[in-house]
Design a protein around this ligand. Structure first.
Ligand code: F6R
Length: 588
């Protein structure tokens, strides 16, 4: 989490507008505070503000600063509260630094620096690095020597950008486990992602772990972890890397919900499963977090039913710490929107280290991300840049890839998949009906989501969507599990949101709904035209278009996203930037 950006103007122009533009694109990575620093006529100048970027922009209107070289940061707090003192950049007498990641040995470094008489103004791990650099400059090292020595000393994850007063023409950059891209075009830019630097860059270099670079207006020199100069390949900036804004919608989330028919259509066009992909595969292990984990759970239903391959889905943050048995001939499938989630990346590294017979494939929305570079094979969800913190179109695109994989031997179902974009399009017009339901939910403190079979994971996902953006406590349950405990939660107020389309699970689910209705008055059912006939007026219904039962998870995700969105708007909460969250989770 945290976003970093650095810009050097080739024509000596003020880079503050470009830094702010980049920070706006990076706000999805954290919005506890924002700050920037430039090299101006009077040396290093810094400005910081607590909260969202607009606070920094307002502060800059009163106290403008400018310069042709600068760095910026948007923070997701790890060490130290979201205060101005803890906001980046960290500034000492001769150096200014921004950081994304966590310095693991900061306590020992700090106590050493304190003993040497250095002072600290923040509670952050990052300031220790800035002060360490200052100490090495005081010891007589050059900026390059100090920076290299620092890289040998710190342990942890990082993307660093530093400017030294003595070398105001250079941004020193280094990366380990946190993403970093360097762009070349009208300006030279460094950012946490390609989108943040795409406005003024046409070509990009992705740094690898252990790399460091010195960037000036004439270009960049790259060094490997032995500090040898190396060449790095440049790739062109393509449309899929560019965040094209809200497109007239009031929030990214609703724009991204509406984009799902086209995201699914594009994902269906690519991602053909190579012949023999499942040869010598005896089982599947899926590793993922959050919403991507829910996609994996749907994958389990599909893979076991249609490929008859035993499938295990693991929460990546738990997986590598419990000494799991990794059997030979396992296809390890990693699912991640960002391609950067550290828990998922580390779980993948664990598999790589512990069993070299496993095939590693990733489903990701960001090509060139750390995970796509580590995977042997990549399926690319063609969802385009997803900015809203709550994942929507990336989730249904992940499901689309999983469906293509699971149905690869079933031409009937592959054919049915082609009906999906239109059905999703038709489900989007349900927004008006959903608005009415949202009124019944917005003032509740709790909500229950129920599903069975391949809609059980969608009940989990629907609950996650609601709780993460509206702050209403929501839980998803397998409907059959209700009677084993959760049924105690049902009263006349709590909304019980049931996924109950026609099909093989209808009768069982219908009975579960009767049981819920006997105990509560706020039962809401998402069903189809056939299923709707069985419910009387006492149940509030949302009626979805028909689709093959195997594809329910994709279609039924959409109204639940709309519901979470609408409830959140009614509550007046920040849909795209829910509290405490960030989109790309690069801390464990
Ligand atoms: C919730 C959400 C998160 C992510 C999770 C994993 O809406 O988006 O739960 O799914 O942080 O992120 P990725 O998919 O980028 O690995």
């Amino acid at each position: 989490m945290c976003g970093i950006i650095g810009v050097i103007s080739k024509d000596n122009n003020n880079v503050v507008p470009d830094i702010l533009n980049g920070l706006e694109k990076l706000e999805y990575r954290g919005y506890d505070s924002a700050g920037l620093a430039v090299v101006g006529a009077a040396g290093l100048k810094r400005i910081r503000a607590v909260g969202k970027l607009e606070n920094l922009i307002n502060k800059l209107k009163i106290n403008p600063i400018s310069g042709a070289v600068g760095i910026g940061h948007t923070r997701w707090a790890t060490h130290g509260k979201a205060t101005e003192e803890n906001a980046h950049p960290m500034l000492t007498r001769d150096v200014v630094l921004v950081h994304n990641g966590i310095i693991e040995n900061y306590k020992e470094l700090k106590s050493d620096l304190l003993k040497k008489g250095y002072e600290f103004t923040s509670q952050t791990d990052t300031e220790v690095v800035a002060v360490y650099l200052q100490m090495e400059l005081d010891n007589g090292l050059s900026p390059r020597e100090a920076f290299q020595k620092m890289l040998r000393t710190v342990r942890g994850t990082y993307a660093f950008l530093a400017i030294f007063k003595a070398r105001p023409d250079v941004i020193f950059c280094a990366k380990n486990k946190s993403p970093m891209a360097i762009g070349f075009g009208k300006s030279i830019c460094v950012g946490s992602d390609a989108s943040s630097i795409s406005a003024s860059c046409s070509e990009i270099v992705y740094l690898d772990d252990g790399d460091y670079a010195e960037v000036t207006k004439d270009g960049a020199t790259f060094f490997d972890d032995g500090f040898n100069v190396v060449d790095k390949p440049r790739v062109a900036v393509t449309d899929d890397l560019i965040n094209s804004g809200k497109g007239g919608y009031s929030h990214y989330m609703i724009k991204e919900i509406m984009e799902q028919p086209s995201a699914i259509r594009k994902t269906l066009l690519g991602n053909d499963v190579p012949q023999n992909f499942f040869d010598k595969v005896s089982r599947i292990l899926i590793l993922a977090c959050g919403t991507s984990y829910h996609a994996g759970l749907v994958g389990k239903y599909w893979f076991e039913k249609h490929l008859r391959l035993p499938t295990c889905v693991e929460i990546a943050s738990e997986y590598r710490y419990r000494s799991p048995v990794i059997e030979d001939d396992t296809l390890v499938l990693v699912i991640t929107q960002s391609g950067e989630t550290i828990d998922t990346l580390e779980a993948m590294e664990y598999v790589k280290k512990n069993n070299n017979t496993c095939r590693l494939a990733a489903i990701t929305n960001v090509l060139n991300s750390a995970i796509s570079r580590l995977a042997g094979f990549v399926f690319h969800t063609e969802a385009g840049v997803e900015v809203g913190v709550a994942s929507t179109k990336a989730f249904t695109a992940q499901l689309t890839v999983l469906a293509k994989l699971a149905f690869c031997e079933n031409f009937e179902l592959l054919g049915q998949l082609q009906n999906l974009p239109q059905a999703c399009e038709d489900s989007l017009v349900l927004k008006e009906d959903i608005d009415k339901i949202a009124f019944r939910i917005k003032d509740c403190s709790n909500a229950i989501y129920l599903g069975r079979d391949n809609l059980y994971p969608i009940a989990l996902e629907g609950a996650l969507k609601l709780k993460e953006i509206s702050y209403i406590h929501a839980e998803g349950f397998a409907a059959g599990e209700m009677k084993h405990g959760p049924i105690a939660l049902i009263d006349d107020i709590v909304p019980v949101i049931c996924l109950c389309p026609s099909g093989s699970m209808f009768d069982k689910m219908f009975s579960n709904i009767q049981v819920a209705q006997a105990r509560g008055k706020n039962v809401i059912v998402f069903t189809d035209f056939v299923g709707a006939k069985s419910f009387d007026k006492s149940v509030k219904k949302i009626v979805l278009p028909p689709i093959n039962q195997e594809l329910y998870p994709i279609l039924y995700s959409i109204p639940l996203q709309l519901l979470a969105y609408t409830v959140t708007v009614l509550k007046g909460e920040d849909v795209d930037k829910p509290r405490n969250l960030a989109k790309s989770v690069t801390v464990e």
